[in-house]
Design a protein around this ligand. Structure first.
Ligand code: NAD
Ligand code: UDP
Length: 311
């Protein structure tokens, strides 16, 4: 049994991770300030004597005995992370720093939930880990992108300078049950809009692409990386299937059976035009292979949102 700390454990990805770690018999401490997470995401875990919750903002120092620290605390939806961009930078930098200090004190292995956003609006496609990215350091997404890039820097400096065992996962767009109804990301927006009988808001022409990974596949990849004996990463985790936003809208309309159309909205600044992970490294090092096809994952997510909306 490992003592696992999961920061951001009450969020979308974090709650699934806590659940899987508990299922494997580990002890789990969820550290979360509930800013974008929801206590309901972890309510079903709270009966377990091996599950603990610390209501805490990771930008303030904290301590817990630990063998593993998964650092997920950070708003992930553009709407959320742009609401208080200074706090987003501080969460990425101070929050990661506090986690790494805890790892140094306890000897815990530290996994950073990094992101495909470190590649910015990529000029290399698909994106391999060797690509150093095309990020606008002063745009509205920079608080998140540059914050996550600095967090990676901190990880590697703690590794080289202080011998902390690090694992850096670059997570590509992930979706599934427990995304918040008001999350603002494309999959939850489209499904919720369709289920409410509203037209789907497509930003720009809808020709921009993303690769969507179902949460169960992603969480498996995070845990495999954490338990790899030596590999620090960075390592891309995601599903390499690539779809335009318009194709996603059509799928959501078809799977919900909604009688709705798409409406155009302005393209947000610095919105990446294309994104697809090169997962050769994850395949080779971790045996990582996403199994859930987009239609199957979307169907499960539609079921979740139907229940959430009381339909
Ligand atoms: P989420 O918003 O559902 O979860 C984030 C969690 O962190 C929430 O529970 C929130 O309350 C908590 N949190 C935020 N700031 C905090 C702070 N200062 N102190 C303590 N807790 C704090 O988002 P998610 O999709 O579950 O993302 C989790 C992590 O994975 C994030 O670090 C995100 O950057 C990363 N990630 C996610 C995706 C994705 O597609 N879901 C892609 C790339 C990276
Ligand atoms: N998007 C959209 N309509 C929405 C929400 C998002 O067309 O209601 C687009 C957005 O402009 C982007 C893509 O969908 O091109 C993915 O957006 P999301 O916010 O999910 O994630 P990210 O941009 O961080 O990949």
């Amino acid at each position: 049994m490992l003592r696992c700390v999961v920061t951001g454990g009450a969020g979308f990805l974090g709650s699934h991770l806590c659940e899987r770690l508990l299922t494997q018999g580990h002890e789990v401490l969820c550290v979360d300030d509930f800013s974008t997470g929801d206590r309901r995401n972890i309510a079903h875990l709270e009966h377990s004597p091996r599950f603990h919750v610390m209501d805490h903002d990771v930008t303030q120092a904290y301590f817990a005995p630990a063998d593993r620290l998964y650092n997920l605390a950070c708003p992930a939806s553009p709407i959320h992370y742009q609401r208080d961009p200074i706090k987003t930078v501080v969460t990425n930098v101070e929050g990661t720093l506090n986690g790494l200090r805890l790892a140094k004190r306890t000897g815990a292995r530290f996994l950073q939930a990094s992101t495909s956003e470190v590649y910015g609006d990529p000029t290399v496609h698909p994106q391999p880990e060797s690509y150093t990215g095309n990020v606008n350091p002063i745009g509205p997404r920079a608080c998140y992108d540059e914050g996550k890039r600095c967090a990676e820097t901190l990880c590697f400096d703690f590794h080289r300078q202080a011998g902390v065992q690090i694992r850096v996962a670059r997570i590509f767009n992930t979706y599934g049950p427990r995304m918040a109804v008001e999350d603002g990301r494309v999959v939850s927006n489209f499904i919720v809009q369709a289920l409410r009988g509203e037209d789907l808001t497509v930003y720009g022409t809808g020709s921009q692409t993303r690769s969507f990974c179902f949460v169960d596949d992603l969480v498996g990849g995070l845990m495999s990386l954490m338990e790899h004996p030596t590999h620090t990463g960075p390592i891309n985790l995601g599903n390499p299937g690539e779809f335009t936003v318009l194709e996603l809208a059509e799928k959501c309309i078809r799977l919900t059976g909604a009688k709705v159309n798409v409406v155009r909205r302005p393209m947000p600044a610095d919105d990446p035009k294309q994104r697809r992970p090169d997962i050769d490294r994850a395949r080779a090092v971790l045996g990582f292979e996403p199994r859930i096809a987009l239609d199957v994952g979307l169907d499960r997510t539609v079921g979740y949102f139907r229940r959430e909306l009381g339909l």
